[in-house]
Design a protein around this ligand. Structure first.
Ligand SMILES: C[S@@+](CC[C@H](N)C(=O)[O-])C[C@H]1O[C@@H](n2cnc3c(N)ncnc32)[C@H](O)[C@@H]1O
Length: 471
């Protein structure tokens, strides 16, 4: 048998053939013949034993099971199986055999035979195929990275990969069973669009952007072309939500489709969830019902600047309360017939009069919403510490800044800007009054942060200066 692959280094033997001129996907091109040696196990009951004994000789590669039917032409029982051996073991070169292999062949417990392994497109991964197609000089930064939102994968391709975009998209769909549509963003999200949606082109699959996503045990359905969603905030959402306690009220000023609001509400937090985008609002309402958290969520579709003030004053008048009936387990219900059933008392949960937290997640401009907090509780000092046990609310505001190794410059800049917007100087030693959290890298020179601080009393109770027509 002709055995061309034997001359290749063993790692290359299992790589796909290369074709850097390919522009539309030719799956048939990726067939490859690999010639190996295999050990036929004459007593098929002993296959597992020999597999263990020949541990160091067996071919171990992901997605290539080493136990195979015997090649045609070998006189043996039809149930006989063989074990694929590593490429450096050659039948005619006994010096390449291990002592164990040697002795099992000598004692005629094993029979070595050539094995023709046929690999094809289905065998290789997305990365393998893409590496065999894209220009070689780009190998270090092959665009294996893509974000997945429901059944949609979106690539953000650099210009030099544009000639390969449909090819990359086809491979992506083939290699990821949950992906049905691949899109390419064609402008920078959010910089110029207030709802932070984006233009896109469909590279593969149907133009269906109605997705379903699960995050923090909540299901979110939305039209990904009309609302904002970012899978990369999947750890930031739970980080912030974990700060909210059951029974507290939270004001989510730019709530999107509810990734902070709904998980918080599931934890019995009262959430006022607002978004200016009517599409986001519609999905938020639907998702609230679907996740059965409607009693805890009040959805709004208003501008965030005025919503900060209007929601805070409306909450002061709130008389909402919920009666939580204890869940009765099936066993408790069954036992009911046998002995008097003691039901735990219902719990009445009253909505607080003030928010414990505000979330402002619109990083490109959220800092400019801060002046709405000036004088927010002007004339209402009696509601708060030291007159009561209620503390002023925490504000969690997202923003972008530059990047540095220790974020020191960025933290100082953010603290200063928050202070400037509120007309207040944060004097805490080394940021004691404000936590600045490094959320994620957005671009080579851009990072997203979350500044969390308690609304200073001097700001909250400052006298409000009525707006004049000119101001
Ligand atoms: C970065 S997204 C954040 C959405 C959500 N909080 C999340 O984490 O996915 C910002 C949201 O702010 C909304 N938005 C933009 N301008 C607004 C405004 N003036 N008032 C309220 N919401 C606004 C957008 O529609 C968008 O849904």
């Amino acid at each position: 048998m002709n055995q061309p692959s034997r001359t290749l280094a063993s790692t290359d033997m299992f790589r796909p053939p290369i074709n850097r001129a390919m522009r539309s996907l030719d799956r048939a091109f990726f067939r490859k013949d690999v010639y190996l040696a295999a050990a036929c196990v004459l007593d098929s009951k002993l296959i597992a034993t020999y597999r263990n004994e020949l541990h160091g000789d067996i071919l171990k590669l992901e997605r290539l099971p080493p136990i195979r039917p015997i090649p045609p032409g070998i006189a043996a029982d039809k149930n006989t199986k063989c074990l694929l051996l590593k490429p450096d073991i050659q039948i005619e070169d006994r010096s390449s055999w291990s002592p164990k292999l040697h002795s099992l062949v000598e004692s005629q417990q094993l029979l070595l035979t050539p094995f023709h392994l046929q690999l094809d497109y289905n065998y290789w991964t997305y990365h393998d195929i893409i590496s065999a197609i894209l220009p070689q000089q780009d190998q270090d930064e092959i665009p294996v990275g893509f974000s997945v939102v429901g059944h949609v994968a979106h690539l953000n391709l650099r210009d030099r990969y544009l000639p390969y975009k449909t090819l990359i998209a086809s491979v992506l769909i083939d290699k990821n069973p949950t992906i049905r549509t691949v899109i390419n963003k064609i402008d920078d999200v959010g910089e110029e669009n207030e709802f932070r949606t984006f233009r896109y082109e469909v590279l593969a699959g149907p133009d269906d952007m109605n997705v379903e996503v699960k995050e923090q045990d909540c299901l979110f359905s939305f039209d990904y072309s009309k609302v904002y969603w970012n899978t990369r905030l999947g750890t930031e959402h739970p980080r912030l939500v974990s700060k909210f306690k059951p029974g507290e009220a939270v004001c989510d000023v730019m709530a999107g489709v509810g990734p902070f609001a709904l998980p918080a509400a599931k934890n019995k937090v009262w959430v006022w969830a607002n978004d200016l985008n009517p599409e986001s609002h519609r999905s938020l309402v639907a998702n609230t019902n679907r996740n059965k958290v409607a009693p805890f969520v009040r959805p709004f579709c208003e501008d965030g600047h005025s919503f900060i003030r209007s929601s805070s004053s409306r909450l002061l008048d709130s008389k909402r309360q919920i009666t939580l009936r204890p869940k009765v387990s099936r066993t408790a219900r069954t036992n009911e017939n046998q002995k008097p059933f003691q039901q735990a008392p219902s719990e009445i949960l009253k909505e607080p009069k003030v928010f414990s937290h505000y979330i402002l997640n619109l990083p490109a401009s959220a800092l400019t919403f801060l002046p709405s907090f000036i004088g927010l509780y002007s004339g209402h000092d009696h509601l708060f510490h030291p007159y009561t046990g209620t503390k002023l609310p925490m504000i969690h505001v997202y923003c972008f800044s530059t990047k540095s190794d220790d974020n020191k410059i960025e933290e100082a800049k953010i603290r200063e800007e928050v202070g400037r917007q509120l007309g207040y100087e944060f004097r805490g030693i080394e940021g004691a009054e404000m936590e600045i959290w490094d959320v994620r890298d957005v671009a080579p020179q851009k990072r997203m942060f979350c500044a969390s601080f308690r609304l200073p009393a001097e700001v909250a109770f400052r006298e409000r200066i009525p707006r004049t027509v000119d101001s």
